[in-house]
Structure formats: C-alpha cells, structure tokens
Write a protein that binds this ligand. Structure first.
Ligand code: HDE
Length: 704
C-alpha cells in the first residue's frame, strides 16, 4: 500500500497502518495467533512438580521478555519525543529548493526527540548537560533530519576526538560514577588539556545546561550547512530553533532537588503540555552567508566551536513547528527513532566541517547495532512518507516482500526502478571544488579557542556570571586531582581573569599569573538569557496555592481565575489530599498533598490568607519550606492578607517585605497585599507580571 503524502496528518495516517491489534478487540493469543487458555500458571507435572518443556506459551512468554531490551544510545540515551508539524512562513526558493521550505500552505509532519547526553536511559532529566534537539521532517522528497542541540557550539572540532571526549565525560570506567554528571576528574582532565572545549564548557556551566522545559529552550544545528537553490547556487546556513515561550532555565540547587523529587521533570512537562493542548511551538530561523563571504569572519565558518554572532548575521525567521501529539508507545517510537545528519533532501547539503563529516559516518553505523540490522528505516517512526524503491534487500528484520529485479542497470525489470537521470527532483551533491594534499593536521584557522569563550562570558548578565562561577566551583570542587583544577583555572585565565580568580578562590587553587595578552572585549547580547525571555506570558506556568482549613476562599478564587484565564496551571496544595474547608464554610478540592510535591516542581507560589488561623498554624513547616525554596530559587511569590505573615518566617533567608496596610507591594518578584478579602486588581496584575518574568534575581540574601 502506498502512503498518501499530503497534509499534516499524513504521518498519523501512515502510523495507523502499523498499529497492533487493539487488545480490547479479541482474546489473548500467542505470537502465532493461538488463543491462550490460562496465563497465570505454568504447565507442570503434578501440583508440585517441575515445569514442562512442552509449555510453549510459558517458553514464548519468558523468551520474549528476556529479549525486550535493545542497546541504549551510546550518547543521548535518555529522551522524550513528540509528533507535530512544520510550516514555512514564506517560500525560501531564493536560497534552497527543499520542497518543505517552499509553500506556506503545506504542513510537513515531524517527529522531535529531546535528550540529555551523558546519562543512561534511566537517569534524571535535570542534570547539568547539553540537551539534544533532533527533528525528523517527513517531507515529500524523503526524510530530512536536523539533529541539533540546545547549544550552538560543540566541545571538539574534529569528530575523530568524539570517542575521547565521550569517554572523558561518561562515568569513570572503574566504578561507573557519576551518573548523568560532568563533575568528575576525567572530564575536567580532558577539558584542561583541550582548550577547544572551552567555549562549549562556558555554555555548559551556564544555566542553559539546566533548561526549565524542553518547551523553553533553543535548538541549534551547530554546524554550518549549505542551502542550494534550483540554479545550483549555494548559501551557507546555520539553523536556529527559538521557543515561543522564551528561553528559561532552572537554578542549580533546584535542578539537583528535582532529580530526586521528579527525575522525569522535563519528560513529564513535555507530555503534560501536549496532553493538555498547550502545544509547544518553535520558530525556525536561519543565518545565511553567501558563499563569497566565506572568509569575511575572524573565525572559520567550518569550525563548530564558533557561533556567528546574531548581531553580525541576523537570524531570519523562516517557519514554525508545533508539537501536538504524544507518541503511543515509548519504545516503538521514541526509543526506536533513528536520526542521521546525512538524511538530507535536495536543497540541503553539507560543508567540510570535520565534526559534521564524522557525524555523517557515525549515526548510521551506531544504528545498525542499536536497531539490530539495516532495515530500521521500515520501523513506523522512521518510515519516510515519500515512496521508497531501492535495490537494497534482505537483512535482519526485513518486513517487506520485494518483487522484481534488485540490481541496476537491468533490462529484465524494464530498467526499474529508474534513476532520475538529471531530473530536478533528484538529490545532487553541490559541486564544490576541492583541492589539497592528504594531511592529518588541524587548520590554522581553527586555532583560536579563547575569543568566543570570552564573547560568551562578556555577554552575560551579572546573575548569569554568578551562576557560571558557582557552577565551575561545584564541578571543579568535585575533582580530586588538584593539578587538573589548577590547569583548568589557568585555561579560564585566557578567557577572563575575573572568572579565573573567582573560580580559583572557590576551589582552593592559587590565583593564576596575569597574562600579557589583552582581554577580548566583544559581546553578543543575544547570548544572554536576559534577552531571550520572549514575550511575557503566563502560558503553562505552574502555580502552587498553599491552602488549609479556614483559607480565604474568595482570595483564592479571584487569583486562581485571573491566572488560569491567562494560561497558567494553578494547583491547590494542602497537608493532605481531599478537601479543605474555606472561611465561607464551603469545601474546596485539594489537587495534591504537600508531601507528594515540592516547591521545585512549580514556577510560582501563592500564600492566601487564613483569617482565623493562629501564628502557629500559619507557620506550618512544610509551607515555610515551600516558600523558602521558592524565594531562594528566585520564583515569584504572592501573599495576601494573613498569608503575608507567613513570609515573615523567611527573614532568615534575607526576605524583607516592604508593605503597608492595603497596599500592593511588588519587590523582587515578591508581591503582597495585606487587605483581607478577595485580592484586588492591583495584586492580580502585579502577581501575573511577576510570574510572566519567570525568575527574579538579586534578592537580598540571608543575613544570619
Ligand atoms: Fe551526536 N550522536 N555525535 N551530536 N547526537 C548520536 O546517534 C556523534 C554531535 C546529537 O534523539 C548517536 O543514534 C558524533 C553534535 C543528538 O536519537 C551517535 C559526533 C550534535 C543525538 C552520535 C556527535 C549532536 C545524537 C548516538 C561528533 C549537535 C540524539 C545514538 C562528530 C549538533 C538523537 C545515535 C536522538 C546521537 C555521534 C556530535 C546531536 C553515536 C560522532 C555536534 C541530538 O551516532
């Protein structure tokens, strides 16, 4: 059966053809379709006798279970995926002939997999790590995979170093520690000896490495790729994904607590958002560089440790992607999806970036092992919508019954399948002229490892710099070998002296000597999270309302309604599940019991008033802890009526609430109103604004 290619639902229609029998549609059977009489006891010789070999159902059931696991990905093992669609804003024909970038009325189905890199399949989501952002476009011309990350640069310049880098960052070989973390000797040993890692290490130490949500992080193709238009003209291109909700991160303390409270934090967030209809959306942007401008930069466009600053070459929006459907089966789809940088379509081509060239070898190679042979493109999630007719045959897991000849040229099969023979729809590699001796050496144009690491540092807001210093201190503080700590600091000295001194102080190594070379001064404001927040929005923000018996019901209702109307998800938390009795005598449903959740799972917290409560009742330790964590993590806090009194428990954390009776005061994202009764417009607006801003830095710290 051939697939109907057209429409954003084309992939879904194709999936339907591969869906297993609905379990509700008939009785339990064996793999052979034989109806099973009884599945809870094995066939045995007598009541207490041995199990019989002839029990084919028992043997099949156990054997199938024994073989359920396949090798996990050697990197990016932990991931979460979703289906959706992509649509261009306008035709990109001037630069590329790729069909899916031509017509704004054509939606191309996609599957996206987000991932962490270092940890195994069962590791926690909120580790400090790069995030994968891989997109498979099921285009009318075949599958195109944009296999990107949430950083625009990579740790190494040549793919031949990839096994070294991955061995260094993976858990140490003798004890397999640490899981999902880079804070250990071998990674930092490698970093300290390999300065080309430094730019990406700066990103890794920044809050970019702990995204709040897959829905709130950027994606980058990293390499310079090439667009080719119908006339065969090439244009260099860098790909960018920009999330509609803005770019937002966690803070490190919170990220660590999340690992225990909800190891599936990012995976769950993606799933819940799609399930509730709050579809994640990203804008695809491109930076375009005409081929004749290849050498107009103070770095090499082929060097994947470099960005093209957006201020130098603006990002041009070309389309949007919406993720609107969760997979039906994690293993079948998210686990078995296979991305490959070499899956390109006419109009998109490679450059000689040595990292990209290595990737073009590696993905297919690893998938042959991981997916058990060469036929994995037949797995539904990998199956193109475009018709497939090859002379490839046989191999493990061959699902198709091929007929006819299987070689080319042939006359017996009428010359079929026929090659395109110059037809415009065929893939033709860009005719780039290449000339040179065979050498094993790094280009001189790849030698500057410090300028862009400094560019990143220079572009950070003060709070981002503080977080970066703290991250270096944390990571290097876990390194046992003092020589590695020292060597890393002396490398940081080449990036920025202030940074190196601050890190050195924190990890007990001597301050490095001042360098003679002048500091690199340039900055790229687009790199700061401050400038990537997107439009202020409450959409999908998780707001906790801490309720208890006697809560001022009108206050809760008025704030809840106002926030929900703007897209926030508001949950009432109390000491136990069930209901609480409001001050008006009515019973209100509790969404979650406090012991099952934590402040780190929410974006903001509201402490409503309880007019009759005693000071002791207001000072419930679980509530105090919740609010204290929210304060330390820079989260918006709202308090109304006697709820404001609860905040006084935070004095030890440095919280100073300036408030006057009846006034709405908003200070560093702490919004208070002391008037009893329903919260007023002023409070609701100020609290909503505080939530839309996501985090509030520079709060007074603890003074005792
Ligand atoms: Fe990958 N990478 N990678 N990588 N990569 C894999 O392929 C590799 C690199 C990225 O959700 C593997 O099927 C080499 C950069 C993502 O399934 C493997 C080099 C970028 C994913 C592989 C790199 C990435 C992978 C492991 C250096 C961002 C997950 C399993 C030359 C632009 C895709 C697999 C998914 C996965 C090799 C560097 C992104 C081993 C050799 C740079 C998002 O083939």
């Amino acid at each position: 059966m051939t697939d109907d290619l057209h429409g954003q639902d084309a992939k879904q229609r194709q999936r339907e053809r591969f869906r297993a029998q609905d379990p509700a549609s008939g009785p339990l059977t064996t793999d052979q379709g034989v109806r099973v009489d009884h599945t809870d006891d094995s066939l045995s010789a007598g009541e207490r006798g041995p199990t019989l070999l002839e029990d084919f159902h028992f043997r099949e059931k156990l054997t199938r279970f024994d073989h359920e696991r396949i090798p996990e990905r050697v990197v990016h093992a932990r991931g979460a995926g979703a289906y959706g669609f992509f649509e261009p804003y306008e035709s990109c024909a001037e630069f590329t002939r790729a069909a899916f970038l031509q017509d704004p009325s054509v939606r191309t189905p996609v599957f996206v997999r987000f991932s962490t890199v270092q940890g195994p399949r069962g590791s926690a989501d909120t580790v400090r790590d790069v995030r994968g952002f891989a997109t498979k476009f099921y285009t009318s011309e075949g599958n195109y995979d944009l296999v990107g990350n949430n950083f625009p640069v990579f740790f190494i310049q040549d793919g031949i170093k990839f096994p070294d880098f991955v061995h260094a960052v993976k858990p140490e070989p003798h004890n397999d520690i640490p899981t999902g973390a880079s804070a250990h000797d071998t990674l930092w040993d490698f970093v300290s000896l390999q300065p080309e890692t430094l730019h990406t290490i700066m990103w890794l130490m920044s809050d970019r490495a702990i995204p709040r949500s897959y829905r709130m992080m950027q994606g980058f193709g990293v390499h310079t790729f090439r667009f080719v238009n119908a006339e065969g003209r090439g244009t260099f291109v860098k790909f960018h994904w920009k999330p509609k909700l803005g770019v937002h991160s966690l803070v490190w303390d919170e990220a660590q607590e999340c690992q225990g409270r909800d190891p599936d934090f990012n995976r769950r967030d993606l799933w819940d958002a799609i399930a509730s209809g709050a579809y994640p959306e990203y804008e695809l942007g491109v930076q375009l560089v005409p081929e004749e401008d290849e050498f107009n930069f103070d770095f090499d466009l082929l060097d994947p440790t470099k960005i093209i600053p957006e201020e130098q070459v603006p990002v041009r929006p070309v389309g949007r992607m919406v993720l609107d459907r969760n997979p039906d089966n994690f293993f079948a789809e998210t686990e078995q999806v296979a991305f490959h940088t070499a899956n390109v379509v006419p109009g998109i081509d490679f450059t000689n970036d040595p990292l990209l060239q290595a990737r073009n070898f590696s993905y297919l190679d690893t998938q042959l092992l991981r997916l058990g042979g060469p036929n994995f493109a037949q797995i539904p999630v990998n199956r193109p919508l475009a018709p497939v007719r090859t002379n490839q045959r046989d191999g493990f897991h061959q699902d198709e019954i091929h007929t006819g000849t299987n070689y080319s040229p042939n006359s017996l099969g009428g010359g079929c399948p026929a090659v395109a023979g110059g037809a415009p729809s065929a893939y033709r590699h860009h005719a780039e002229r290449v000339d040179g001796a065979k050498i094993r050496a790094r280009s001189a144009s790849f030698q500057d490892h410090y300028s862009q690491a400094a560019l990143f540092w220079n572009s950070m807001a003060d709070w981002e710099k503080e977080h970066i210093v703290a991250a270096f201190r944390f990571e290097l503080g876990k390194v046992g070998a003092m020589a590695v700590r020292e060597r890393t600091v002396s490398e940081l000295n080449h990036v920025d002296r202030e940074l190196a001194l601050a890190v050195a102080r924190g990890i007990g190594v001597p301050a490095p000597a001042e360098l003679h070379a002048g500091a690199y001064k340039q900055a790229s404001p687009a790199l700061s999270l401050e400038n990537q927040r997107g439009e202020p929005s409450l959409a999908t923000r998780q707001v906790a309302v801490l309720v208890a018996d006697g809560v001022d019901a009108d206050q809760v209702a008025s704030v809840r309604d106002a926030l929900t109307a703007q897209g926030a998800v508001v949950e009432a938390l109390a000491a136990t599940d069930g209901t609480v009795e409001g001050s008006d005598g009515a019973h209100y449903t509790v969404d979650r019991a406090l012991p099952t959740v934590a402040s780190v799972l929410y974006d903001a917290v509201l402490v409503p008033g309880r007019p009759q409560a005693t000071a002791e009742e207001l000072g419930d330790p679980d509530v105090i802890r919740f609010v204290r964590d929210a304060y330390r993590h820079g989260k918006p806090i709202g308090a109304v009526g006697s709820g404001v009194g609860v905040l006084s428990c935070l004095r030890a954390d440095g919280l100073r609430i300036a408030h006057g009776v009846g006034n709405v005061v908003s200070d560093h994202g702490v919004v208070t109103e002391t008037t009893p009764g329903p919260a007023g417009d002023g409070f609701r607006t100020a609290f909503a604004e505080a939530i839309a801003a996501h985090r509030h830095w520079g709060r007074p710290a603890a003074d005792c």
